[in-house]
Design a protein around this ligand. Structure first.
Ligand code: PLP
Length: 412
């Protein structure tokens, strides 16, 4: 950053501090990851200088020949990665990918059936504070109260009763396997479309570590920055029959000019995800999550649904008598970053919560494996069992710093 340091020392300093924060701590936020240097370079490139409204071969601006090449590569690689018939790589975010599907296939006031936010769903799946909750008639399914897992009977019953236009599956905080075929079957049974939002588990789906939704549900939306380990952004996949409607809904329906530097970076990410090592990486994410989960439970802590099948787990802090916010703060002071999260049957506000969400994509990207996960599980247990033990926070912080320094963010 030698140029930026000279021209804007203030922002350069902020970026340096953020890099140090990432380097010195353990990032366990389940929705975050660490992109490659190649992805960073593509994002910070001259591709950001250009307007390219439209699609490859059909742009509203001249000079797009290289942008066409980049977007075609991104689309082709994404299709190959998931075996999709059609891909749109322009959504600026996961929310905008979802928005485009709704805009393409649902009129104002029509029915959307999705998972409740406090049970693991996402804001863009119909929360009252999102446009989705205000533009559509939303009904939401809950988890089986005993197992805290999806109960397809509950979903089917609601689908029959509510007759939605679109059924959404996929979640932000669900630690178990999702049966996408069961959701599509339920949708078919009531004449609805089925949209799988695989934002969190896209990398797992691409590599067969979790069953994929592509080719199973009518539409698949995703973010590109979570387990897929690419730049912040969104994408949509579907069969050819829906391609035109989806493309029109993204542009000009929802967005203007595509972020071409991000699309170039998405292409880089998809190429990286096509390498055999990406499968090993995603397998390791899940192995790592299982080790943290077992360690927490061995230390007497309770996980929602009793464990994990994917990259994340939800720690229920009710019996510790502390809130998610308190745990997030104490862990943060020890160099461990997690986020407070609602748990099924939450009684507290989303700013306080009774749980924390813990995920392994970022620490796995740093090369950490089972041995480190066991340590991390012990650190978390030690802190949440007594968040007022200042000596423990200091001791864990020292150990976290030492562990983090042996796993550089970007090894030379
Ligand atoms: N869908 C799911 C399941 C998510 O978890 C998220 C973000 O966490 C999104 C959509 C939204 O993605 P974005 O923040 O890029 O809008």
């Amino acid at each position: 950053m030698s140029y930026l340091t000279k021209t804007d020392p203030q922002i350069a300093d902020i970026i340096k501090k953020e890099r140090l924060r990432q380097q010195n701590g353990l990032e366990l936020i389940a929705s975050e990851n660490l992109v490659s240097r190649a992805v960073l370079e593509a994002m910070g490139s001259v591709m950001t200088n250009k307007y390219a409204e439209g699609y490859p071969g059909k742009r509203y601006y001249g000079g797009c020949e290289f942008h066409d090449m980049a977007e075609n590569l991104a689309r082709d690689r994404l299709k190959k990665l998931f075996g999709a018939q059609h891909a749109n790589v322009q959504p600026h975010s996961g929310t905008q990918a979802n928005m485009a599907v709704y805009f393409a296939f649902m009129k104002l006031g029509e029915g959307l059936l999705s998972m409740k936010l406090t049970q693991g769903g996402h804001l863009s799946h119909g929360s009252p504070v999102s446009f989705t909750g205000q533009f559509y008639k939303v009904s939401q399914y809950v988890l089986d109260p005993k197992t805290e897992m999806l109960d397809y009977g509950i979903v089917e019953e609601m689908a029959r009763k509510e007759k939605p236009k679109i059924i959404v599956c996929g979640a932000s905080a669900y630690p178990r396997t999702i049966d996408f075929a069961a959701f599509q079957e339920i949708a078919d049974g009531v004449g609805a479309y089925c949209m799988a939002d695989i934002a969190h588990i896209a990398g797992l789906c691409a590599t067969g570590v979790h069953p994929t939704s592509v080719g199973v549900t009518n539409f698949t939306t995703t973010t590109t920055h979570k387990t897929l380990r690419g730049p912040r952004g969104g994408a949509i996949m579907c069969n050819t029959e829906y391609a035109q409607a989806i493309d029109k809904a993204v542009f000009p329906g929802m967005q203007g000019g595509p972020l071409m530097h991000t699309i170039a970076a998405k292409a880089v990410c998809f190429e990286e995800a096509l390498r055999p090592s990406f499968k090993d990486y995603n397998r390791q994410i899940v192995k790592n999550a299982k080790v943290i989960a077992e360690t927490l439970m061995d230390n007497g802590l309770r996980l929602v649904s009793g464990g994990t099948d994917n990259h994340l787990m939800l720690l229920d802090l009710t019996t510790q008598g502390i809130t998610g916010l308190e745990a997030e703060t104490a862990l943060g002071r020890a160099g461990i970053t997690v986020n407070k999260n609602t748990i099924p049957n939450e009684t507290k506000s989303p700013f306080v919560t009774s749980g924390v969400r813990i995920g392994t994509p970022a620490v796995t990207s740093r090369g950490m494996k089972e041995a480190e996960m066991r340590e991390i599980g012990r650190y978390i247990a030690r802190i949440v069992k007594d968040i007022h033990d200042e000596a423990a926070i200091r001791d864990v912080h020292t150990k976290v710093y030492a562990m983090a320094s042996t796993f550089p963010l970007y090894p030379e």
